[in-house]
Design a binder for this molecule. Structure first.
Ligand code: NI
Length: 170
C-alpha cells in the first residue's frame, strides 16, 4: 500500500493543488498531513484527492474546530496533536513536531514502525532504532540551506510493503 505524506501546506493553494495531483498520480490510498494547514478555507482544495486525508494539528492551526468541520465535509479527519494508525502489521504515528521530545519519545517507545512529523519544513527520511522516520518537508515553503523558499516544495510517498519512503518535489 502506498501512503501520501505531507505537511505545512500553510495556505499556498497552488502548492496544495500540485501535491494533490502528485498523490493522485501515484495512486496513494491514504494521505497523512502532519499539520499547519492554517486556514480552514484552504481545506476545500483537498476535496480533489482521490483518497481520504487524515491530519493532526500544528502550531499554526489556530482554529481546529473550523478545520475539523471543513475536513469532515470532505470525509477527512483532524486529530489534536497526535494520530496513530495500524495498516496490516505496520504501526504509524503522526504528529506535527513542534516538540522534538515528543517525536523522540515516539521513536524510542518501540510502539511504532513509522513516525511522521513536519514543522521544520526540511524534508528528511531516516532510520532510528529500526523506526522509519519521515519528515515530508513543506509543500509550500521549503527551507533550503536555512532559507525559506517558495517553489520546489516537497511531499513524501510511503511504501508500506517495502517499508521505504521517497521525497517527491512538486
Ligand atoms: Ni509548524
Amino acid at each position: 500500500m502506498l501512503m501520501g505524506v505531507m505537511s505545512d501546506s500553510h495556505d499556498r493553494i497552488e502548492a496544495i493543488r500540485a501535491a494533490i495531483d502528485k498523490f493522485n498520480a501515484e495512486s496513494v490510498e491514504l494521505v497523512l498531513h502532519a499539520g499547519d494547514i492554517v486556514s480552514p478555507f484552504s481545506v476545500r482544495e483537498f476535496e480533489k484527492l482521490n483518497c481520504k486525508i487524515v491530519c493532526v494539528t500544528g502550531n499554526n492551526d489556530g482554529d481546529p474546530k473550523a478545520l475539523r468541520k471543513f475536513l469532515s465535509k470532505i470525509g477527512g479527519e483532524l486529530w489534536d496533536v497526535f494520530f496513530k494508525i495500524e495498516v496490516g502489521d505496520k504501526r504509524i504515528a503522526l504528529t506535527h513536531g513542534e516538540w522534538p521530545e515528543l517525536v523522540e519519545a515516539l521513536i524510542l517507545s518501540g510502539k511504532y514502525d513509522v513516525v511522521i512529523n513536519g514543522h521544520s519544513h526540511e524534508a528528511s527520511i531516516r532510520k532510528q532504532n529500526n523506526v522509519l522516520v519521515i519528515n515530508p518537508g513543506s509543500c509550500s515553503y521549503p527551507i533550503v540551506n536555512g532559507v525559506v523558499t517558495i517553489g520546489n516544495g516537497t511531499i513524501a510517498v510511503l511504501d508500506l510493503d517495502k517499508m521505504s519512503a521517497n521525497i517527491l518535489k512538486i
